[in-house]
Design a protein around this ligand. Structure first.
Ligand code: NAD
Length: 428
């Protein structure tokens, strides 16, 4: 079925419907899983620094909790909509299920622009969000985390408010906390490393050595930076990265044919992952248009910036030598481009598998916080590798045996696991 709409919720539902057909899911399971179980819409009044009161719109959507407490981030974004939150909550259900962690899917949001809020106003907004929802979230119910434009400090304010309301210490209420107060070692590396664990396994299946491969990456933020570090450690060479330049509101690609030098590029990068164009030029990088990362002569492409970046219009520009597309970002490939890449036999590591390292480590944080006992970094990253590798093989075995694209195989595993949990509980 051709999907014309770019409403993420409609896309999420269309993806689900296709897999439900493939699995011949019964009507009750379909009716249950194609919509959220619960959603909360609420207002959050904040006393602003100028004396006025501004009322913000907040959401929490709990898509499904048959496999365990809900899990999912909170976005602060001026363009946040309930449909974005619904889609992301649904994708969280599938993401937790594909890596087989005992959690369901949720997502939260507030319509706001944090750039225009002072630290005090942001704190009030964080505390206000928790006040509105505190009875319906919790360590064994629904566990929030950071997402776009929310950070560890925001999580700590939220935790503090939750504990004040409930009168106790509940560090497992929220993840993405600062390391000093209940955060997990390895959380900041987890998503990027997870992407590379799946690339490493894909290359084994393709009989290729990482050290004989090169990669090009969109983005130079949290996911991309840690993916680069681990990919280089297993022997690969990154020849091109791209980033957004806030000053002229343009994206640029930065290429060094002999391989980028991560540390020198990091020194020329701001806190938001924007690389300084003049400094990069001085360091000997070729400065190319923002989308040039896509057409590099490399084996591996890693979109790790935004959604909807590889489309029907530009998919043909991908170099014939490309063999793996590892989706670090959520939803970087449009459904039409997906078909084009599958026809070209590119090994696609779908987003909710490839970038599941983040939520897997958040699960580890929740477990550690509930125990109030914390593991060292090697232990966390070792457990992460085990989980991601097992998830990869479950998906790739199914893809091979049933001749399914990797994305469909990942969906089949997730939807089957969630539907089974619903049946086992006697819900459907
Ligand atoms: P980030 O904000 O740290 O970095 C984003 C990077 O993308 C920056 O380098 C920015 O300059 C670059 N960028 C923005 N617009 C661009 C453009 N048009 N062209 C090229 N580069 C551009 O974000 P992040 O945490 O690294 O997340 C990146 C993606 O991964 C997002 O889709 C996010 O939803 C997804 N993701 C992140 C995590 C996580 O744990 N951080 C987990 C799962 C999925």
């Amino acid at each position: 079925m051709a999907m014309k709409s770019y409403n993420p919720y409609e896309i999420a539902q269309a993806q689900f419907d296709r897999i439900a057909d493939l699995l011949k899911l019964d009507q009750a399971a379909r009716d249950l899983l194609r919509v959220p179980t619960r959603e909360y819409h609420f207002t959050i009044p904040v006393h602003m620094d100028d004396g006025s009161v501004q009322v913000f719109q907040g959401f929490r959507v709990q898509h499904n909790d048959a496999r365990g407490p809900g899990k999912g981030g909170i976005r602060f974004h001026p363009l946040e909509t309930i449909d974005t939150v619904r889609a992301l909550a649904m994708w969280m259900t599938w993401k937790c299920a594909v890596v087989d962690v005992p959690l369901g899917g949720s997502k939260g949001g507030v319509v706001c622009d944090p750039h225009n809020l002072s630290a005090r106003e942001t704190e009030q907004l964080c505390r206000g969000w928790v006040r509105q929802i505190s009875r319906d979230v919790g360590p064994h119910l629904d566990v929030p985390a950071p997402d776009i434009m929310t950070n560890p400090q925001n999580m700590l304010w939220m935790l503090d408010e939750y504990e004040a309301i409930h009168g106790g210490k509940y560090p497992g209420f929220i993840t993405g906390k600062p390391l000093s107060v209940g955060g997990s070692q390895g959380r900041k590396e987890a998503t990027g490393y997870g992407v590379v664990f799946t690339i490493r396994e894909a290359l084994k299946e393709l009989n290729r050595e990482p050290r004989n491969t090169t990669a090009s990456i969109q983005g130079f933020g949290n996911v991309a930076q840690h993916a680069i570090q681990l990919y280089e450690r297993i022997g690969g060479t990154v020849v091109c990265v791209s980033s957004w330049n806030q000053a002229d509101q343009t994206a640029y690609s930065f290429r060094k044919a002999s391989g980028i030098r991560y540390e020198e590029l990091l020194a020329a990068t701001d806190a938001f992952g924007g690389i300084d164009v003049a400094k990069a030029r001085d360091l000997g990088y070729e400065i190319l248009p923002g989308d040039a990362w896509l057409e590099q002569d490399v084996e591996i492409l890693i979109p790790a910036a935004l959604e909807n970046q590889i489309t029907q219009e530009n998919a043909a520009r991908i170099h014939p030598r490309a063999i793996v597309l590892a989706e670090g970002a959520n939803g970087p490939t449009s459904p039409e481009a997906d078909t084009i890449l599958s026809e070209r036999n590119i090994f696609i590591l779908p987003d909710f598998l490839a970038n599941a390292g983040g939520v897997t480590c958040s699960y580890f944080e929740q477990v550690q916080s509930n125990m109030n006992y914390y593991w060292d970094k090697d232990e966390v990253l070792g457990k992460l590798d085990t989980k991601m590798t097992a998830a990869f093989h479950a998906v790739s075995d199914l893809a091979r045996n049933q001749k399914l694209p990797m994305r469909d195989a990942a969906y089949v595993i997730s939807v089957s696991r969630v539907a089974q949990a619903c049946r086992d509980r006697g819900w459907v």
